[in-house]
Design a protein around this ligand. Structure first.
Ligand SMILES: Nc1nc2c(ncn2[C@@H]2O[C@H](COP(=O)(O)OP(=O)(O)O[C@H]3O[C@H](CO)[C@@H](O)[C@H](O)[C@@H]3O)[C@@H](O)[C@H]2O)c(=O)[nH]1
Ligand SMILES: [Mg+2]
Length: 194
């Protein structure tokens, strides 16, 4: 990582390098008033990802998943998390990875995905951004069982939820995952012509 006119990386120490990499950086940051300040920041890097919300115009349902998430368990919130299908890129192109992930997790194959935006999920501590996609699905497009890779510990329930109901589930707290909320609201905005 190179220094800039507002940042000097003084020292970087890898604290953990296993699934992801956790690094403690000592930095000098130039504040907006021009003075330099020493800071320490821990940064977690486990790559980037892709997420996608599919809508079925016939049933007016969205395709969601539900799975146990250990970090959610430790957060004290509901550990079985309802989410839009998503996966880590592992070096692949976002759209290509998203198509493969959709089949693995839900069993559905899509012809067209539209990239909407990239979102930093937790920019204070995690390097990851997610490429967000929307698309259309039909019940006849099911080509596999879905459910994820049991060998990797995945145990994914597939849900077809009416869009209106999914939006109400955000307000009730049943849907509490950020990427899922953003994608549902994006779809609702589009349907409202905004
Ligand atoms: N061995 C090991 N495996 C892990 C670890 N963490 C995750 N895995 C496994 O790695 C795979 C990751 O699955 P993906 O479908 O590629 O990613 P994801 O976990 O769904 O990630 C998406 O959702 C997350 C939660 O919202 C997002 O944080 C992430 O950005 C992405 O959108 C799963 O099989 C999971 O069990 C770990 O620490 N160790
Ligand atoms: Mg996933």
């Amino acid at each position: 990582m190179t220094d800039t006119e507002f940042l000097e990386i003084v020292d970087s120490t890898v604290l953990s390098d296993n699934w992801g990499t956790l690094t403690r950086h000592k930095i000098r940051y130039r504040r907006r008033d021009g003075t330099w300040q020493d800071q320490i920041r821990e940064v977690y890097d486990r790559g980037h990802g892709a997420a996608c919300l599919l809508f079925d115009p016939e049933t007016e349902c969205v395709l969601l998943t539900r799975q146990f998430r250990l970090p959610a368990f430790f957060s004290g919130k509901e550990p079985f998390v309802i989410e839009a299908p998503a996966g880590l890129l592992e070096g692949a192109q976002p759209e290509e990875r998203m198509r493969a992930e959709l089949i693995e997790e839900t069993g559905f194959q899509v012809s067209r995905l539209e990239h909407v935006f990239d979102v930093l999920m937790s920019p204070g501590s995690v390097t990851e951004y997610l490429a967000f996609f929307t698309g259309t699905y039909h019940l006849k497009d099911k080509v596999a069982e879905g459910g994820g890779e049991p060998g990797e510990g995945e145990d994914i329930e597939v849900m077809h939820v009416p869009l209106k109901e999914a939006l109400a589930m955000i307000r009730s707290g049943e849907i509490a995952d950020a990427k899922t909320i953003i994608l549902l609201q994006e779809l609702a905005l589009r349907q409202a012509g905004v």
